[in-house]
Ligand binder design. Structure first.
Ligand SMILES: Cc1ncc(C[n+]2csc(CCOP(=O)(O)OP(=O)(O)O)c2C)c(N)n1
Ligand code: SF4
Length: 258
């Protein structure tokens, strides 16, 4: 009987000899690998500009072998707007994407994020939603779920004191300038495959000039959740997907703006 061998290689869009320095079991590493694989498949490495944010996403420029700009404190979509427009004005069409935490995209930078979507900037934004401020020690973020215990909500998030979590992919989908808005997860192989397809579609929509494309990636933060990597994935599958369903909320090709 013949057996086929699958040989896994490091994507060209990841720097040679890279060792991810995220915490063990953190989904940031999986998300970045998927982004790199899609950049390779679409032959985008040479024409890409990646915009990193504050938080653990900042490490992107250590790992991705593409031109990167570090834009902390929520300004990634504004910087991406400038990069995309300036290159276009000079006759060169760069592929521009942001890679941001949920705190960065949906709290500190909500204004920049939302208005870039409303303007229909032809960029792609990726938001890693791990439901807390990971890098700074697991404080409550805009996406922390109801009842979630964090270092700044020791008795759990409650609506009277903290209000409700923001459902980013649903909100972005409501903006007329948006071509694509979806939420994906990485807790098992099926979802990882779906996440890659979704990232590819969002990237292709930018290449087709269709406007702002957005992917929210539900991700684990085992360190701050104080769970093992597999327990963290179970939490996403069994708890967080109730607040944050895995779904395409807008696809301009299927449901154009009204
Ligand atoms: C305006 C502002 N306030 C506070 C900070 C401090 N800060 C740096 S990283 C970070 C957490 C970012 O969390 P998130 O975007 O969710 O990314 P994660 O680390 O979870 O991937 C914070 C609050 C900051 N950089 N800017
Ligand atoms: S703090 Fe959380 S998000 Fe940051 S690298 Fe560690 S596990 Fe990942």
């Amino acid at each position: 009987m013949q057996t086929s061998e699958i040989k896994y290689t490091v994507p060209k869009s990841i720097k040679k000899d890279t060792v991810f320095t995220f915490c063990p079991g953190c989904d940031h590493g999986v998300a970045l690998r998927l982004v790199a694989e899609v950049l390779d498949e679409l032959n985008l490495r040479e024409k890409s500009v990646a915009i990193a944010s504050s938080g653990c996403s900042v490490l992107l420029y250590d790992f991705l072998d593409v031109d990167c700009i570090e834009s902390p404190h929520g300004r990634a979509c504004a910087v991406a707007t400038g990069v995309k427009r300036a290159h276009k004005a000079n006759g060169s069409d760069k592929f521009v994407f942001t890679y941001q935490g949920d705190g960065d995209f949906a709290s500190i930078g909500l204004g920049e994020s939302l208005h870039s979507a409303l303007r229909g900037e032809n960029i792609t934004a990726i938001c890693i939603n791990n439901t807390n401020y990971g890098m700074t020690g697991g404080q409550m973020g805009p996406t922390s779920a109801m009842g979630q215990i964090t270092t700044t909500s020791p008795t759990g998030r409650n609506k009277e004191y903290h209000g409700f979590p923001i459902k980013t992919a649903e909100h972005i989908a409501l903006c007329d300038g948006v071509s694509y808005s979806a939420r994906v997860a990485l807790y098992d192989i099926k979802n990882i495959i779906n996440a890659k397809k979704t990232i590819k579609k969002a990237f292709e929509y930018q290449l087709e000039g269709l406007g702002f494309s957005f992917i929210e990636i539900l991700s684990s933060c085992p360190t701050n959740w104080k769970l093992s990597p597999s327990e963290a994935h179970k939490k996403i599958e069994n708890e967080l997907t109730k607040t944050y369903p895995i779904k395409v909320f807008k696809d301009i090709k299927e449901t154009p703006n009204v």
